[in-house]
Design a protein around this ligand. Sequence first.
Ligand code: GLA
Ligand code: GLA
Length: 673
Amino acid sequence: MPIPAEPTRQPFFWPIDGFAFGGDYNPEQWSPEVWREDIRLMVEAGVTMVTLGVFSWGSIETADETYDFSAMDEVLSLLHEAGIAIDMATPTASPPIWLLQQHPEIVPTSREGLHYSQGGRLGWCPSSEVWRRFALRIVGVIAERYAEHPAVRMWHVSNELGGGNRHCYCDASMIHFQQWLTERYGSIDALNQAWGTAFWGQQYGSFAEILPPRDSESAPNPALMLDFDRFSSDALLEHYLAERDAIRAHVAGAPVTTNFMVAQGPDVVDYARWAPHMDILANDHYSLAADPQREQELAFSADRMRGLDTSRPWMLMEHSTSAVNWQQINRSKDPGELIRNSLAHVARGADGVMFFQWRASTAGAEQFHSAMVPHAGERTKVFREVCELGGILSSLGEIAGSLVEPARVAILFDDEAGWAWKSGEKPHHSVHPSHAAREYHRALFNRGILADVVPPWADLERYDLVIVPALYLTSDADAASIAAAAHRGAVVAVTYLSGIVDETNRVRAGGYPGAFRDLLGVFGEEFFTILDGESVRLDCGNWIANTWSEKVHADDSEVLVRYASGQLSGSAALTRRAVGAGEAWYVSTRLEPEAVDALVGQLLDAAEIVPTVPVAPGLEAVRRVDGKRSWLFLLNHSAEPISLAVTGTDLADRSPIAGSLTIEAGGVRIVRE
Ligand code: GLA
Ligand code: GLA
């Protein structure tokens, strides 16, 4: 089944009144007495919605076509009586053991040819017809049973698709991949041409000769790798659509979604291409303990979520109340951090704050993952903060449905471009495809400037500054749209490693960066990688660069900064060209943070963009608006109180703020202006 070219989402509506607040509820782990205790605590915390059933398949279909819904029915009734809405999940993230025993062939096969064993999450191949049949059967049974249940307000397909089955290299996948390629290329000659198979004499005689990029001792063709990434994303999206349609066959009038894992990218699947098929956009976000700038990484993820569709709020479907259990060292959150993280997502457009999971497991694979109700129970920092957060969200009701104030800056981001850079041999294997996006976003974040992180084919009309950070793969159409933004009057800033290959992962010859050469007025002749631990100086202040540089001729542009040391000493590092009513800047190297900050300052000046509120170190300020009113979210990430000039009403207690406000260290204030 090909992926529909047009969006297939329903018209947008939110499943409940106000904010969704709650988490994954996995009652199969507990006795009916505990369920009653859960409901009491949910009501105490102000929970408005839970996601039910994510891992329930083995409990409800206990053997092939033998169903026992007694426990599930009772839990739905208890939730409904308590006024808690249900986001009903299909249980296909964890197939039951009886199915895996009966059909071990549905379990994925690794690149090395290892056929995995039963018991993993998402332990199934999306190309397996046997899998699809059993999955759609249970989905249909559940959808039919609960379609009319008054508590069920939303449907949740599987869980984090691709997180456990991103690639499968089995024979069923191979055949599915061959079909996908046939549709994409039409003829084998077209594929041979697109993939450049003449090199190493790898011409295919027919689509049936093409294998997934299974393990071999030397490097595979990067075009094959990129197409296999695209195919794998489509195979999972196809499965999503099949489950969604099996739900829709019974359910009308409730949105259907699945939870994305949008973070730094490149992602396991291509979320920007999935988004048009989601009734609600939902994300799971987990901070990495080792990340020194966790709050900025959170903002980057949230700005990517909003960038998938700036016209509607999205839902934070999962995050953690404190430590996770899957990192090398799992860091617990500071007092207040749970609330600050939650409201940071809300500030950037989330109308739901949900967690994994409601009650901490005592057994099973996630027994040391934090939850809304910890092992220790109610008398804990975590549960107190969960209750406090529930109170805060209920006081914010008037904000639900509003949007984030339109950003004037766009950062372009594309999973395909990241996958292309990661496919096969490259000049420098420690260049991460998302570093540039994250680094320019960080400079904006530190300066209090909101950016939408959008796919390169987004409408750029409303942006005054467009940053193109290491967009390695760029299509002709996207390059034209970016150039048009400059002609129209935007400041466009392109960084190193952009526009190098086309959609077939083939280098654009004739001088780098091929897709942007004319726009930028530069001609790049060679890359000069900078070895790990080394750096080069630039002839501007104390600017330093590392990792990557390019020998660029400023044929039709002005040189603003040159390399002052290293192999390229004296040649152009930063250029600018006047284009129509706008400008096009090129930065051919990876600048260190101080230099990125200085450059971003220049770009903002050129685009005449100023912050939402005067910046203070550690202060995050984001505004939500609804056409009539506006609300300012003020988050203090520092260890000192921050005072600033604000007038309005504090939403926490409806008290007036007459001209100045102090936000305590680690605190958050939300002000109706
Ligand atoms: C070897 C091979 C060549 C080429 C080079 C690349 O020498 O014989 O075909 O792959 O490595 O460095
Ligand atoms: C993901 C999953 C959850 C849980 C958490 C743990 O978000 O969707 O089921 O495993 O990770 O952090």
